[in-house]
Design a protein around this ligand. Structure first.
Ligand SMILES: Nc1ncnc2c1ncn2[C@@H]1O[C@H](COP(=O)(O)OP(=O)(O)O)[C@@H](O)[C@H]1O
Ligand SMILES: [Mg+2]
Length: 388
């Protein structure tokens, strides 16, 4: 149950004898956390050619988020400076890459420690689920889907935070008619030392659903002042405080969006039946693949799926190579509701769009995390925590 982070495919053969057959190789640091969560791994070995700074960064992150997961660092040569820095960042041991006997011993010690810390129950079961709603084109329904999904999950008792990461033109606050008081801008000064209290001080409550919301800057000119590091720090903190963290995205991939993708457990890709939306989403998927993002954690949602515009859902599936997980109908009630600050999935559960959205949440999103669906219309207290 070990993740080996090494850019070279041949590393698998080199280290298999020391680390055993139950070894998953990843080429990018971003994929390590996901592998750890999905595969229930409790040992991460970082190859000798991974830059030291990237290794320290990952070790620091895992130490906070998944303390029972052990990190071993391989280096071609052992140097005091590296040892000091590595141990300071949370690496359990630094081992010379060609000393396989030392690696076997270090792995055994780390496994024993992880077992004592309870990691053998499999992965991190203390973190919430990060669900990211994305499309590469504006106006296809990202905000509509994320607001309805998040509010519906919250109304069923799941502690849910919706973060508007469309930093320039975010309109979650307006859709929910929240007063323009706090925003993510108020967290900028806390970058690097954000804590739960700081986060709680800027979150607003949507009373009708029980959803917590963190809105985008009120002035588009402030978008550039929100560091990508803060966004990642915020998501990591949020998932230790909520059952679900839903991220509404801009139709582009700036640095903070890429950071959020890395931390996402589920990516909801939204498309409509028009060629620009499908084409841009195809390009975005190609980029995600190239970055090493998990291909399993994606669900495709077709919004306004019943419009007769000469393109069918089969065409979209063929172009994107994903099955459509939900078909959300075109409905005048959608803009009408958002103009009145209402959330259809909560305020008007019999509406056609609301029915389809709730079906998606209950039968695709929750089961993705091993949770059972709620019975339609029923409020329930979210049971924390099913296996990933
Ligand atoms: N299924 C739908 N039926 C009718 N109108 C919709 C539907 N989904 C979204 N809309 C409307 O389309 C517009 C763009 O939706 P929005 O969710 O803001 O898109 P995005 O966040 O992708 O830019 C909004 O006015 C919204 O009310
Ligand atoms: Mg939007």
């Amino acid at each position: 149950m070990t993740v080996l982070w090494d850019p070279a495919q041949s590393a698998l053969d080199t280290f298999r004898i020391a680390l055993g057959d139950d070894l998953d190789l990843v080429a990018h640091g971003a994929a390590v956390t996901r592998e750890v969560d999905n595969g229930g791994h409790h040992l991460v070995v970082i190859g000798p050619d991974v830059p030291a700074e990237s290794a320290y960064q990952l070790a620091e992150q895992l130490r906070i988020d998944r303390p029972a997961v052990g990190v071993l660092l391989l280096r071609h040569r052992l140097e005091v400076a590296v040892l000091t820095q590595a141990l300071r960042s949370g690496v359990r041991e630094v081992v010379q890459a060609d000393d396989h006997a030392a690696l076997v011993d270090a792995a055994r010690r780390s496994e024993a420690l992880s077992a004592q810390m309870g990691a053998t129950s499999g992965g991190s079961d203390t973190t919430g689920h990060v669900v990211t709603v994305f499309s590469a084109k504006g106006g296809v329904g990202k905000t509509t889907v994320s607001v309805n999904l998040a509010a519906y999950l919250a109304s069923n008792g799941a502690r849910t935070l919706l973060i508007d990461l469309d930093l320039m033109f975010g309109d979650v606050g307006i859709c929910l008619q929240l007063p323009p008081t706090t925003s993510i801008m108020d967290l900028v000064s806390m970058t690097g030392h954000l804590d739960a209290q700081g986060m709680a001080s800027v979150v607003q409550r949507h009373e009708a659903s029980g959803l917590d919301v963190l809105v985008a800057p009120h002035d588009p000119a402030d978008a550039d002042r929100v560091p990508a590091d803060l966004v990642s720090e915020l998501i990591r903190l949020a998932r230790t405080n909520y059952d679900y963290v839903v991220l509404d995205m801009p139709p582009s991939m700036p640095e903070h969006v890429l950071g959020a993708f890395d931390l996402s457990d589920l990516l909801v890709l939204v498309s409509t039946l028009d060629i620009p939306a499908v084409k841009n989403l195809r390009l975005a998927i190609n980029t995600l693949d190239a970055l090493g993002a998990s291909q399993q954690n994606r669900l495709l949602v077709l919004n306004r799926s019943d419009l007769k515009v000469g393109l069918s859902s089969k065409d979209v599936e063929a172009a994107l190579c994903y099955p459509v997980s939900a078909k959300l109908p075109n409905a005048l009630s959608v803009p009408a509701a958002s103009n009145r600050g209402m959330v259809l999935a909560v305020d008007n559960p019999k509406d056609n769009f609301a029915v389809a959205l709730r079906e998606f949440a209950d039968h695709k999103v929750r089961p993705h995390f091993g949770e059972e669906p709620t019975r339609s219309g029923g409020r329930r207290i979210h049971r924390r925590k099913a296996a990933k």
